[in-house]
Design a protein around this ligand. Structure first.
Ligand SMILES: NC(=O)c1ccc[n+]([C@@H]2O[C@H](COP(=O)([O-])OP(=O)(O)OC[C@H]3O[C@@H](n4cnc5c(N)ncnc54)[C@H](OP(=O)(O)O)[C@@H]3O)[C@@H](O)[C@H]2O)c1
Length: 325
């Protein structure tokens, strides 16, 4: 597996997102043993970047990751996130106040069974706390050795600049895939100017780009995608046709659509490390093998010229928490 640098942090260029093992998707939490085997297999295959968050579950995903990494902690770059759960009694969505960060980090360290978090993300920008205060509190955790690197998720260019002026930001994590090209216009140029790495989340379009989702009937009622605009009505049909075009290129090469979606992302730069999510051993094997898939200039151009998916990637309320556009 090739490695890249997120600023000064060395990571395998394909990571593993563990959210779907406990949260958000159909079948989450139903087979923790297979989830643990998936994490172990990822490590065997050379994956070093493992991505979780306090809010996944909540809490149980970090516990699962902590169990899986027992005795293997030093093999990974362990990433988690704070800020979508408040421990301060504040009302409302995001809480990145210094007091909340102090409380959150202790819980995450305990659940993950570790004394340090390698990459600690603010999960969403908190309009109620100046980013300078948030990063100031994180810098103190770096000085104490509890956190090694500071990162942001779904932050816009201005927030990134202000944050980076307080303490170096190692990575930004936002949604990026053949379906969601938003970071290309404004975020990626700023990251490159400042030397910050980029971690695309939902690189498989939440499963859509793998060609295995043919109908929303296959989702549980509490599946995140069940009320997601991208998976509804006409949008769904439009997006299905796009996924079929990705599948056609995959068939031409003799690889899978998931591998094409990941190979396209990897071709976008040596500062990019996607974190596809799966809770199955066979799929981590498939996804990691995308490291060896080379797309021709013609195939890359055909994929890059696909229109973005129809429909927002989140519900309206969730979109308001992201600094997109
Ligand atoms: N920062 C943020 O706000 C944020 C938001 C969302 C996600 N994330 C992170 O990003 C990670 C990845 O994103 P994601 O899980 O939302 O979406 P994703 O990686 O685009 O897609 C995951 C979905 O695809 C399926 N899948 C994976 N590999 C497959 C393959 N080879 N063939 C067919 N289906 C496949 C998975 O099902 P199975 O599990 O059944 O294989 C799962 O339902 C998360 O785990 C999380 O760590 C971060």
């Amino acid at each position: 597996m090739k490695h890249i640098h997120l600023r000064d942090l060395d990571v395998s260029r394909i990571g593993l997102g563990t959210m779907g093992m406990s949260h958000a998707y159909t079948g989450a939490g139903t087979d923790d043993d297979e989830s643990v085997r998936t994490i172990h297999r990822a490590l065997e295959l050379g994956v070093t970047l493992i991505d979780t968050a306090e809010v996944y579950g909540p809490y149980i995903n970090e516990e699962l990751v902590g169990r899986a990494l027992k005795g293997r902690r030093d093999q990974v770059v362990l990433a988690t996130k704070f800020g979508l759960i408040t421990h301060t009694g504040r009302q409302g969505g995001a809480d990145s106040s210094p007091a909340n960060i102090r409380a959150a980090v202790e819980g995450s360290l305990k659940r993950l069974g570790t004394d340090r978090i390698d990459l600690y993300y603010q999960h969403r920008v908190d309009p109620g706390t100046p980013i300078e205060e948030t990063v100031g509190a994180l810098a103190e955790l770096v000085a104490e050795g509890k956190v090694r690197h500071i990162a942001l998720s779904e932050a816009g260019p201005e927030t990134i600049r202000r944050a980076h002026a307080v303490h170096p930001i190692t990575a930004v994590q936002s949604e990026y895939s053949l379906f969601t090209r938003d970071p290309e216009a404004r975020v990626l140029p700023v990251l490159r100017e400042l030397g910050i790495g980029f971690v695309p989340f939902s690189p498989l379009g939440r499963g859509f780009l793998t060609g295995t989702i043919r109908s929303t009937e296959q989702f549980d009622r509490n599946d995140f995608r069940a009320d997601n605009p991208r998976f509804a009505g006409e949008n769904f049909q439009h997006n299905l046709a796009l996924a079929d075009q990705v599948a056609a290129i995959a068939a031409e090469i003799g690889v899978t659509p998931a591998q094409v979606a990941l190979a396209w992302l990897l071709a976008q730069g040596d500062d990019i490390a996607p974190i596809p999510g799966t809770r199955r051993v066979a799929r981590i094997e498939e996804n990691v093998a995308a490291d060896a898939v080379r797309l021709t200039g013609e195939q890359l151009a055909a994929l890059s010229s696909l229109p973005p998916a129809a429909g927002d990637t989140h519900t309206e309320a969730q979109m308001r928490m992201m600094e997109r556009g």
